[in-house]
Design a protein. Structure first.
Length: 274
Protein backbone atom coordinates (compact mmCIF):
# COMPACT_ATOMS: atom_id res chain seq x y z
CA UNK A 1 0.00 0.00 0.00
CA UNK A 2 3.05 2.23 0.17
CA UNK A 3 2.71 3.19 -3.50
CA UNK A 4 -1.02 3.89 -3.34
CA UNK A 5 -2.23 7.44 -2.86
CA UNK A 6 -4.12 8.36 0.27
CA UNK A 7 -7.19 8.73 -1.93
CA UNK A 8 -6.81 5.25 -3.43
CA UNK A 9 -6.50 3.75 0.03
CA UNK A 10 -9.93 4.98 1.16
CA UNK A 11 -11.46 1.89 -0.44
CA UNK A 12 -9.26 -0.40 1.69
CA UNK A 13 -11.05 0.83 4.80
CA UNK A 14 -14.55 0.37 6.20
CA UNK A 15 -14.19 2.33 9.44
CA UNK A 16 -15.66 5.86 9.06
CA UNK A 17 -12.84 7.56 11.02
CA UNK A 18 -10.19 5.92 8.81
CA UNK A 19 -12.05 7.01 5.68
CA UNK A 20 -12.47 10.53 7.03
CA UNK A 21 -8.75 10.85 7.75
CA UNK A 22 -7.70 9.60 4.31
CA UNK A 23 -10.29 11.81 2.59
CA UNK A 24 -9.07 14.82 4.54
CA UNK A 25 -5.43 14.11 3.67
CA UNK A 26 -6.27 13.75 -0.02
CA UNK A 27 -8.52 16.84 -0.08
CA UNK A 28 -6.17 19.16 1.82
CA UNK A 29 -2.94 17.63 0.48
CA UNK A 30 -1.37 17.26 3.88
CA UNK A 31 -0.11 14.42 6.05
CA UNK A 32 0.71 16.75 8.94
CA UNK A 33 -0.86 16.31 12.35
CA UNK A 34 -0.17 18.83 15.08
CA UNK A 35 0.05 17.79 18.71
CA UNK A 36 -1.16 20.68 20.85
CA UNK A 37 0.37 20.05 24.26
CA UNK A 38 -0.30 23.31 26.08
CA UNK A 39 -2.07 23.85 29.38
CA UNK A 40 -4.22 26.95 28.74
CA UNK A 41 -7.41 26.66 26.69
CA UNK A 42 -6.76 30.05 25.10
CA UNK A 43 -3.35 28.96 23.76
CA UNK A 44 -4.77 25.55 22.80
CA UNK A 45 -7.51 27.08 20.65
CA UNK A 46 -5.26 29.82 19.21
CA UNK A 47 -2.66 27.28 18.05
CA UNK A 48 -5.33 25.07 16.50
CA UNK A 49 -6.86 28.04 14.67
CA UNK A 50 -3.39 28.98 13.37
CA UNK A 51 -2.34 25.51 12.15
CA UNK A 52 -5.84 24.42 11.05
CA UNK A 53 -5.42 25.14 7.31
CA UNK A 54 -2.25 23.03 7.11
CA UNK A 55 -3.20 19.88 9.00
CA UNK A 56 -5.24 16.74 8.41
CA UNK A 57 -5.54 16.07 12.11
CA UNK A 58 -5.21 17.74 15.50
CA UNK A 59 -3.95 15.60 18.37
CA UNK A 60 -4.96 16.55 21.89
CA UNK A 61 -4.07 15.67 25.48
CA UNK A 62 -7.29 17.09 26.86
CA UNK A 63 -6.36 16.18 30.46
CA UNK A 64 -3.47 18.68 30.56
CA UNK A 65 -5.74 21.73 30.18
CA UNK A 66 -5.74 23.37 33.60
CA UNK A 67 -8.78 25.54 32.87
CA UNK A 68 -10.79 22.83 31.10
CA UNK A 69 -14.49 23.16 30.79
CA UNK A 70 -16.68 21.45 28.25
CA UNK A 71 -17.13 24.62 26.16
CA UNK A 72 -13.52 24.13 25.01
CA UNK A 73 -14.72 20.97 23.27
CA UNK A 74 -17.45 22.88 21.44
CA UNK A 75 -14.83 25.38 20.23
CA UNK A 76 -12.51 22.56 19.17
CA UNK A 77 -15.34 21.00 17.19
CA UNK A 78 -16.16 24.36 15.56
CA UNK A 79 -12.50 24.70 14.52
CA UNK A 80 -12.54 21.14 13.19
CA UNK A 81 -15.45 22.10 10.91
CA UNK A 82 -14.00 25.51 9.99
CA UNK A 83 -10.59 24.10 8.99
CA UNK A 84 -11.62 20.56 8.00
CA UNK A 85 -9.46 18.40 10.27
CA UNK A 86 -9.90 15.17 12.21
CA UNK A 87 -9.63 15.09 16.03
CA UNK A 88 -7.44 12.54 17.81
CA UNK A 89 -7.41 12.46 21.62
CA UNK A 90 -4.08 10.83 22.53
CA UNK A 91 -5.48 9.17 25.67
CA UNK A 92 -3.29 6.04 25.57
CA UNK A 93 -5.81 3.84 27.38
CA UNK A 94 -4.18 0.90 29.16
CA UNK A 95 -6.66 -0.73 31.60
CA UNK A 96 -9.20 -3.55 31.64
CA UNK A 97 -12.11 -3.40 29.21
CA UNK A 98 -14.72 -2.28 31.73
CA UNK A 99 -12.56 0.57 33.02
CA UNK A 100 -11.47 1.89 29.62
CA UNK A 101 -15.07 1.86 28.41
CA UNK A 102 -15.95 4.16 31.33
CA UNK A 103 -12.89 6.36 30.85
CA UNK A 104 -13.70 6.68 27.15
CA UNK A 105 -17.41 7.47 27.52
CA UNK A 106 -17.60 9.31 30.85
CA UNK A 107 -15.73 11.49 33.33
CA UNK A 108 -15.42 15.22 32.65
CA UNK A 109 -13.95 14.74 29.19
CA UNK A 110 -16.39 12.28 27.53
CA UNK A 111 -13.77 11.56 24.87
CA UNK A 112 -15.95 9.30 22.73
CA UNK A 113 -18.43 12.16 22.21
CA UNK A 114 -16.02 14.31 20.24
CA UNK A 115 -12.78 12.53 19.32
CA UNK A 116 -12.90 10.76 15.95
CA UNK A 117 -9.84 8.71 16.84
CA UNK A 118 -8.24 7.62 20.10
CA UNK A 119 -5.49 5.17 21.01
CA UNK A 120 -4.63 2.38 23.42
CA UNK A 121 -1.67 0.41 24.65
CA UNK A 122 -2.09 -3.25 23.71
CA UNK A 123 -0.60 -4.35 27.05
CA UNK A 124 -3.90 -5.64 28.56
CA UNK A 125 -4.56 -7.85 25.50
CA UNK A 126 -7.58 -7.92 23.14
CA UNK A 127 -10.08 -7.07 25.90
CA UNK A 128 -9.00 -3.44 25.75
CA UNK A 129 -10.23 -3.34 22.16
CA UNK A 130 -13.60 -4.91 23.03
CA UNK A 131 -14.04 -2.46 25.90
CA UNK A 132 -13.32 0.62 23.79
CA UNK A 133 -15.15 -0.72 20.77
CA UNK A 134 -18.36 -1.23 22.79
CA UNK A 135 -18.43 2.57 23.16
CA UNK A 136 -16.71 3.82 20.02
CA UNK A 137 -17.83 1.53 17.21
CA UNK A 138 -21.53 2.54 17.34
CA UNK A 139 -20.38 6.18 17.16
CA UNK A 140 -18.20 5.55 14.08
CA UNK A 141 -14.95 6.11 15.98
CA UNK A 142 -11.57 4.52 15.25
CA UNK A 143 -8.75 3.19 17.42
CA UNK A 144 -4.98 3.20 16.99
CA UNK A 145 -2.82 0.71 18.88
CA UNK A 146 0.57 1.80 20.19
CA UNK A 147 2.75 -0.80 18.49
CA UNK A 148 5.96 1.14 19.08
CA UNK A 149 7.04 4.32 20.85
CA UNK A 150 9.41 7.12 19.94
CA UNK A 151 11.24 7.23 23.27
CA UNK A 152 14.70 5.92 23.98
CA UNK A 153 14.55 2.47 25.63
CA UNK A 154 10.89 1.85 24.73
CA UNK A 155 9.73 -1.68 25.61
CA UNK A 156 7.27 -1.94 22.71
CA UNK A 157 9.52 -3.91 20.35
CA UNK A 158 9.86 -7.41 18.87
CA UNK A 159 7.12 -9.87 19.76
CA UNK A 160 5.14 -7.19 21.65
CA UNK A 161 4.90 -5.15 18.47
CA UNK A 162 4.00 -8.25 16.42
CA UNK A 163 1.27 -9.20 18.87
CA UNK A 164 -0.12 -5.67 18.70
CA UNK A 165 -0.41 -6.02 14.93
CA UNK A 166 -2.15 -9.40 15.29
CA UNK A 167 -4.63 -7.84 17.71
CA UNK A 168 -5.32 -5.12 15.15
CA UNK A 169 -5.84 -7.61 12.29
CA UNK A 170 -8.40 -9.47 14.40
CA UNK A 171 -10.37 -6.24 15.00
CA UNK A 172 -10.32 -4.45 11.67
CA UNK A 173 -13.74 -2.88 12.15
CA UNK A 174 -12.50 -0.65 14.97
CA UNK A 175 -8.69 -0.70 14.86
CA UNK A 176 -7.66 1.55 11.99
CA UNK A 177 -3.93 1.62 12.51
CA UNK A 178 -0.97 2.21 14.75
CA UNK A 179 1.15 4.66 16.54
CA UNK A 180 4.51 3.36 15.36
CA UNK A 181 7.85 4.39 13.94
CA UNK A 182 7.49 2.41 10.68
CA UNK A 183 4.77 0.74 8.65
CA UNK A 184 3.42 -2.45 10.21
CA UNK A 185 2.49 -3.93 6.82
CA UNK A 186 3.41 -7.62 6.85
CA UNK A 187 4.76 -7.50 10.42
CA UNK A 188 4.46 -10.91 12.10
CA UNK A 189 3.24 -12.63 8.91
CA UNK A 190 5.00 -15.72 7.53
CA UNK A 191 3.80 -15.08 4.00
CA UNK A 192 1.33 -12.74 2.35
CA UNK A 193 -1.51 -14.52 4.11
CA UNK A 194 -3.56 -11.37 4.70
CA UNK A 195 -5.28 -9.81 1.70
CA UNK A 196 -5.79 -6.37 3.14
CA UNK A 197 -3.09 -5.30 5.54
CA UNK A 198 -3.66 -1.59 4.97
CA UNK A 199 -3.45 0.11 8.35
CA UNK A 200 -2.75 3.79 8.96
CA UNK A 201 0.56 4.59 10.62
CA UNK A 202 0.66 7.80 12.63
CA UNK A 203 4.13 8.73 13.82
CA UNK A 204 5.19 11.03 16.64
CA UNK A 205 8.79 11.92 17.37
CA UNK A 206 9.17 14.19 14.32
CA UNK A 207 11.40 17.26 14.24
CA UNK A 208 13.46 19.11 11.66
CA UNK A 209 15.68 21.12 13.99
CA UNK A 210 16.25 18.86 16.99
CA UNK A 211 17.25 15.23 17.60
CA UNK A 212 15.40 14.90 20.90
CA UNK A 213 14.64 16.43 24.27
CA UNK A 214 16.00 15.98 27.80
CA UNK A 215 13.32 13.42 28.71
CA UNK A 216 13.96 10.61 26.24
CA UNK A 217 12.06 11.88 23.22
CA UNK A 218 13.79 11.11 19.90
CA UNK A 219 13.09 13.00 16.66
CA UNK A 220 13.37 11.93 13.05
CA UNK A 221 12.66 13.98 9.94
CA UNK A 222 9.46 13.82 7.87
CA UNK A 223 11.53 12.26 5.08
CA UNK A 224 12.83 9.46 7.30
CA UNK A 225 9.34 8.83 8.63
CA UNK A 226 7.25 8.98 5.44
CA UNK A 227 9.68 7.96 2.70
CA UNK A 228 12.14 5.64 4.44
CA UNK A 229 9.86 4.09 7.08
CA UNK A 230 6.54 4.02 5.20
CA UNK A 231 4.49 5.90 7.79
CA UNK A 232 1.41 7.90 6.75
CA UNK A 233 1.02 10.83 9.13
CA UNK A 234 3.71 12.92 10.83
CA UNK A 235 2.77 14.12 14.30
CA UNK A 236 4.62 17.28 15.30
CA UNK A 237 4.29 19.11 18.61
CA UNK A 238 7.03 21.38 19.93
CA UNK A 239 8.66 21.56 16.50
CA UNK A 240 5.69 23.70 15.46
CA UNK A 241 4.52 25.69 18.47
CA UNK A 242 8.00 25.90 20.03
CA UNK A 243 8.50 27.49 23.38
CA UNK A 244 6.13 30.41 22.94
CA UNK A 245 2.57 29.44 22.01
CA UNK A 246 1.66 33.11 21.46
CA UNK A 247 3.79 33.60 18.31
CA UNK A 248 0.99 32.82 15.89
CA UNK A 249 2.80 33.87 12.70
CA UNK A 250 5.83 31.76 13.54
CA UNK A 251 3.57 28.80 14.30
CA UNK A 252 1.91 29.16 10.90
CA UNK A 253 5.29 29.29 9.18
CA UNK A 254 6.48 26.16 10.95
CA UNK A 255 3.24 24.32 10.16
CA UNK A 256 3.67 25.20 6.47
CA UNK A 257 7.27 24.02 6.58
CA UNK A 258 6.40 20.62 8.10
CA UNK A 259 3.43 20.23 5.80
CA UNK A 260 5.64 20.76 2.74
CA UNK A 261 8.32 18.40 4.03
CA UNK A 262 5.76 15.69 4.77
CA UNK A 263 3.94 16.05 1.44
CA UNK A 264 7.17 16.11 -0.57
CA UNK A 265 8.31 12.86 1.10
CA UNK A 266 4.91 11.28 0.35
CA UNK A 267 5.02 12.31 -3.31
CA UNK A 268 8.46 10.80 -3.65
CA UNK A 269 7.18 7.63 -2.04
CA UNK A 270 4.16 7.13 -4.31
CA UNK A 271 6.16 7.91 -7.45
CA UNK A 272 9.22 5.81 -6.53
CA UNK A 273 10.17 3.04 -8.93
CA UNK A 274 9.82 -0.42 -7.46
N1 LIG B 1 3.84 10.63 21.65
C1 LIG B 1 5.20 10.55 21.45
N2 LIG B 1 5.77 9.31 21.26
C2 LIG B 1 5.03 8.18 21.25
C3 LIG B 1 3.66 8.31 21.45
N3 LIG B 1 3.10 9.50 21.63
O1 LIG B 1 5.92 11.58 21.46
O2 LIG B 1 5.57 7.09 21.02
C4 LIG B 1 3.11 11.92 21.81
C5 LIG B 1 3.46 12.72 23.03
C6 LIG B 1 3.32 14.15 22.55
C7 LIG B 1 3.62 14.09 21.08
O3 LIG B 1 2.55 12.44 24.08
O4 LIG B 1 1.98 14.58 22.71
O5 LIG B 1 3.39 12.75 20.68
C8 LIG B 1 5.03 14.50 20.69
O6 LIG B 1 5.27 15.84 20.99
P1 LIG B 1 6.62 16.60 20.56
O7 LIG B 1 6.63 16.64 19.05
O8 LIG B 1 6.47 17.96 21.18
O9 LIG B 1 7.78 15.83 21.12
Amino acid sequence: FLRQTYGQRIQNHTNPAAKLLLETMERKKTNLAVSVDVVKSKDFLAIIDAVGPFVCLVKTHIDILEDFDYSTIQRLQDLSVKHDFVIFEDRKFADIGNTVALQYSSGVHKIANWSHITNAHPVPGPSIISGLSSVGLPLGRGLLLLAEMSTRGALATGSYTEDAVRMARANRDFVIGFIAQRTMEGVGLQSHSVDNDDFLTLTPGVGLDSKGDAMGQQYRTPRQVILESGCDVIIVGRGIYGKDPSLVDEIKLQAQRYREAGWQAYQERISAHV
